[in-house]
Write a protein that binds this ligand. Structure first.
Ligand SMILES: [Zn+2]
Length: 359
């Protein structure tokens, strides 16, 4: 064995070799045209782009209720590579489809703790690339309120991800008030992602009608669930009871923003709809308490979503790792009628404000 001086010399050479190899690899990657991080610039200003609809999973937690989460996640390297290629600087991670809805209180407590700590660890390891929404066990609304508070205050999570119902119960049911009150008190964004009809904890009478060709449980079922969810929060008074709530609906906020004039009109017709105590028309909630992601499929559809919600209420949503979109930034950039300020807001400015991300 060599003496200490020779050992150190050898170690230094080895380290130099590693650095040299690293540089060589980088140069080779650049020369071969391998994708690098796309930098998005609008009107001469670099925009920090933020995706609010990005799936991930903590497999060890899902195992507590025997759920296989294969396909819900992606290796970190693949995730970062996709983000770099698409020009996504940050993802706000969320875990669904809420496979813990039927867990008992002890299991739900442990499972959510594992998920939220796992999310926090991932965010801490890559603070420039990830923030996350807490998971909450909404079948126990008081516990969900505690989990949200702990997730935000102790773990640095930025809000919560929820489904559009819990075991078939509408979230406008007063039993969920402790959760809504806590979300309002903390001032955090709630990201609503449909549970998907066809899920074991879904609404079974509708599953029957979605059977057959066409993935109807997802293609129709997801935006329908979001539409029903938002409609109940409006018409049952939840949004009026908690005027500080901020809720973002996945997939362009479901069908409702495309058709909200009908809901406005329905309020005037009665019987069966009393416009009072509804404090606002349904369309007004989309300009105040409700938000939507950009996961709709044409520039014309996004133009209309902006016309309904305003550019300040829309954020990028990609659905990563599911292949619903691969050009989320260009989708926004190619939407007609948007000012540079509108584009910067949708690409990342709105999410930065709502999720407390420094720009
Ligand atoms: Zn999704």
């Amino acid at each position: 064995m060599s003496n200490r001086r020779e050992f150190l010399k050898g170690a230094a050479s080895a380290a130099a070799g590693i650095v040299f190899t690293g540089c060589s690899l980088l140069k080779a990657a650049q020369q071969s045209g391998a994708p690098r991080r796309r930098q998005v610039v609008v009107g001469g200003q670099r925009v920090k782009t933020i995706d609010v609809h990005a799936h991930c999973a903590i497999p060890a937690a899902a195992k507590l209720v025997n759920r296989d989460v294969t396909g819900q996640d992606a290796p970190l390297e693949d995730r970062l590579k996709a983000m770099d290629a698409e020009g996504i600087d940050m993802q706000a991670l969320s875990i669904n489809p809420f496979w813990y809805d039927e867990a008992d209180r002890d299991v739900a407590t442990k499972l959510i703790q594992m998920q939220n700590e796992g999310l926090a660890a991932l965010c801490a390891a890559h603070p420039d690339r990830f923030v996350a929404f807490a998971s909450v066990a909404l079948q126990f609304p008081d516990l969900a309120a505690e989990q949200l508070e702990e997730g935000v205050k102790k773990l640095g999570l930025r809000g919560a991800a929820i489904a559009g119902h819990v075991n078939g119960d509408e979230l406008s049911n007063p039993k969920f008030n402790p959760f809504w009150a806590k979300a309002e008190e903390l001032g955090v964004l709630i990201f609503m992602h449909p549970l998907q009809f066809g899920n074991p904890t879904g609404i079974r009478e509708l599953d029957r009608r979605f059977a057959g060709n066409g993935r109807l449980n997802n293609v129709i079922g997801n935006p329908l669930e979001t539409t029903i969810f938002f409609s109940h929060l409006m018409f049952d008074g939840t949004l009026d009871r908690y005027p500080g709530l901020k809720i973002c609906g996945a997939h362009g906020g479901g069908y409702l923003p495309s058709y909200v004039d009908r809901s406005d009109h329905g309020c005037l017709l009665g019987p069966g709809c009393n416009p009072w105590p509804l404090k606002k028309r349904p369309s007004e909630y989309f300009r105040e308490q409700l938000y939507a992601d950009s996961l709709i499929f044409t520039p014309e559809a996004l133009r209309h979503l902006v016309a309904v919600c305003g550019a300040s209420h829309i954020m990028i949503g990609t659905d990563y790792p599911f292949p619903w979109t691969t050009t989320p930034v260009d989708h926004v950039l190619s939407t007609p009628g948007l000012s540079d300020a509108d584009k910067r807001a949708i690409l990342g400015g709105n999410a930065a404000k709502l999720l407390r991300i420094a720009t």
